[in-house]
Design a protein around this ligand. Sequence first.
Ligand code: PMM
Length: 306
Amino acid sequence: MTVTAHATTSPHPGTPGIHPHGLPRPGRTLVMGVVNVTPDSFSDGGLSFTADAAVAHGLALLAQGADIVDVGGESTRPGAARPTADEELRRVLPVVRELAAAGAVVSVDTMRAEVAARALDAGARLVNDVSGGLADPAMLPLMARADLPYVLMHWRGHSAGMQANARYADVVTDVVDELRLRIDAALAAGIRPGRLVVDPGLGFAKTPDHNWQLLGRLGDVMALGHPVLVGASRKSFLGSLLADRTTGEPRPARLRDAATTAVSVLAAAQGVWCLRVHDVVSTADAVRVTARWGAEVPAPVGSPPG
Ligand code: PMM
């Protein structure tokens, strides 16, 4: 089945044309702040490993302008080992509960239906599944029952072996085709089309060139007809691009925020729905500038009112 239910053009650069049902619509690209409750994420490993530290970090991101906080208990760093479901629950549930109680729009970053279900009970308002429903057959039926927004990312297998799957005829065509199959599976499971968000999955079974090609042709992902989420923040393809000119050493993760902000501006200008970032301050400013700038750009003839 091909999905054509939604308009895909933005009324103005910097303003998303489509949104998932059931989440805030601030008239610009949303900012999702990352709260990794893990000892080993590549970008901020260990920063918020205790529940108290994670809650404090989430509250700080909200104060800095995040629209959503994304709480995850499993590192998806290439080669990472998986925590047990019990350990994942132990990490994320108290954090989701407290942030939701504080009024935050909380997303849970999990591939496990059990973790998603318990997080939704604890107050999460959306589920961010990097496996697009492939890792756990119970996930799509759960999301159909929950009837809440669901981020479906392009994925080709767990972190331990994923870079071996970075083989494509044409990465953009292949990712779009594989996302379309996951959208069809989600719809067949009973998820309403307006609840689905898609994500090209930068860095997941992708080389740096694959990531750049996907960013350069984001319009092809948007043409799937669903809101698009992009997670480029601090990823290693930015580190390789900005490698030290003398030593060839990749730029360390903590020094990739300016590059992340550049991606945020360019993606927001194309009408991406949401950006998942570690450093909220710079991207929160970037999406506001991009939307304000875009408001002065004449809308294309025949586009819907902004
Ligand atoms: N990347 C990571 C984790 N979760 N979720 C979505 N939807 N998209 C992403 O690109 C994504 C994600 C890995 O990054 P991290 O370890 O810094 O959180």
